[in-house]
Design a protein around this ligand. Structure first.
Ligand code: AMP
Length: 419
């Protein structure tokens, strides 16, 4: 039997990998523009990190983790998200000891979800985390950075949806009001929400089931329960977003799937992405460091999905830059010319000119067609006549013009053409 990729994963082939690299380059540029430095953490962690960090009541921990025992019986989990991992690294390496840390990451994440368009079991995220400062200006900075990232990729006019989830001071009263509201309508909720009501009632608010949505429409909202500090924090975030010129809409139903959020939460959504409409999500998580055994470190961050970003760019016809291609293909006309062709190829490459050799035995017309398809600018044809005369025949793939140059000018010809 043929072995194929595991369900929910895919090979990113060359026709697409340069698009991913384009998105990642934009992520790096935006990170540097906003003063964030890269962190690379392991792809697996102790399972406990996610149980304590994300919360044992979250869907991720309850149903979606790839957890396994290593040979010594330790429980490990492929990272389902970046924030708990980055915070573990911040605490472990004392990165906030003398101030604050602004970090970014790009990499694969793993969730055992039902695969569908925009939802995979291995996916990639670009994320920013700013730790050590409780300022609402940083919440706005994070949202500004997310919007700038999408803007850089040509994704304008996305909707930023904003909410506040309060803090441990004001959320319990809200939670109580929410539970008593849903309890009276419990029979009409979907099976999942009946469970959520007991362990994570806020999640009932973002259930996609039509009956649950209809019930949730009249549910109490956190914004009516915010304590004065949370309310003030939320006001400053909104003002700062206005200062940065970011359009946002307050969406009182945004709760996010992870338990660690406090105060600001946000999602960037697009109505062109179907059911999986969130392209980026984030918020403030002031209690996570303590949950995972560190001192209190306020922090805020976001994670953007790279697959959904690429899908939206395709849908909107955004540019992914130029697919990398050799500038020159050297074509030995027959076997006796191969070493000469290799020598020219070596000179081109040693001069920083991206180039390749044709190994094909097809007829010359087909070879030219393949070279044009590969995106090269020139073919250097080396046959016995050219070798005898110390020449190279050059064919431009753009205008099909053919010329002869001296063998010694192989490098110079390309460099001159670039000016
Ligand atoms: P989250 O960590 O759930 O807040 O997700 C942040 C972003 O990652 C989402 O807005 C999506 O763009 C992306 N994402 C989350 N889960 C998946 C998945 N299973 N497949 C593809 N992208 C995902």
């Amino acid at each position: 039997m043929k072995i194929s990729v595991p369900r929910g994963t895919c090979d990113v082939l060359p026709a697409n990998s340069y698009k991913r690299a384009y998105i990642e380059n934009a992520a790096r540029e935006i990170s540097s523009l906003f003063g964030y430095k890269e962190i690379r953490t392991p792809v697996f962690e102790h399972t406990e990190l996610f149980c304590r960090g994300i919360g044992s009541g979250s869907d991720i921990v309850r149903k979606e983790m790839y957890t396994f025992e290593d040979k010594k019986g330790r429980s490990l989990t492929l990272r389902p998200e970046g924030t708990a991992t980055v915070m573990r690294a911040i605490v472990e390496n004392n990165l906030c000891q003398t101030g604050y840390a602004k970090l970014f990451y790009i990499g694969p994440f793993f969730r055992y979800e039902r695969p569908q368009e925009g939802r995979y079991r291995q996916f990639h995220q670009f994320g920013l985390e700013a730790a050590g400062v409780d300022s609402p200006l940083l919440d706005a900075e994070i949202i500004h950075a997310a919007c700038s990232f999408f803007g850089k990729l040509g994704l304008e006019n996305l909707t930023v949806q904003l909410n506040s989830l309060g803090c441990p001071e004001c959320r319990p009263a809200y939670r109580e009001a929410l539970v008593s509201f849903f309890e009276s309508k419990k029979d009409d909720l979907c099976g999942d929400c009946k469970e959520r009501l007991a362990i994570n009632p806020l999640r009932v608010l973002d259930c996609k089931n039509a009956a649950c949505r209809a019930i949730a429409a009249d549910a109490p909202v956190m914004l009516d329960y915010l304590c004065p500090e949370c309310s003030n924090h939320f006001d400053i975030v909104k003002k700062a977003l206005e200062v940065y010129g970011i359009n946002y809409a307050v969406n009182r139903k945004i709760v996010r799937g992870l338990d660690y959020y406090t105060r600001t939460v946000f999602e960037v959504v697009s109505d062109q992405l179907g059911a999986q409409d969130a392209i980026c999500g984030g918020g403030r998580y002031n209690n996570l460091a303590e949950e995972i055994g560190g001192k209190s470190i306020p922090a805020v961050g976001f994670a953007a999905g790279i697959e959904r970003t690429a899908a939206l760019m395709e849908k909107r016809g955004c540019s992914f830059g130029k697919e990398p291609a050799p500038e020159v293909f050297v074509v030995p006309f027959e076997e006796s010319c191969v070493m000469k062709a290799a020598e020219v190829l070596g000179r081109l490459r040693n001069s920083g000119i991206s180039s390749d050799l044709t190994y094909s035995k097809k007829n010359i017309k087909k070879i030219f067609r393949d070279i044009a398809e590969a995106g090269a600018d020139y073919a250097y044809i080396i046959g016995p006549d050219e070798m005898a005369a110390g020449k190279i025949s050059v064919k431009s793939m753009k205008d099909k013009a053919q010329a002869e140059i001296n063998d010694s000018e192989a490098v110079e010809f390309i460099l001159k053409g670039r000016c």
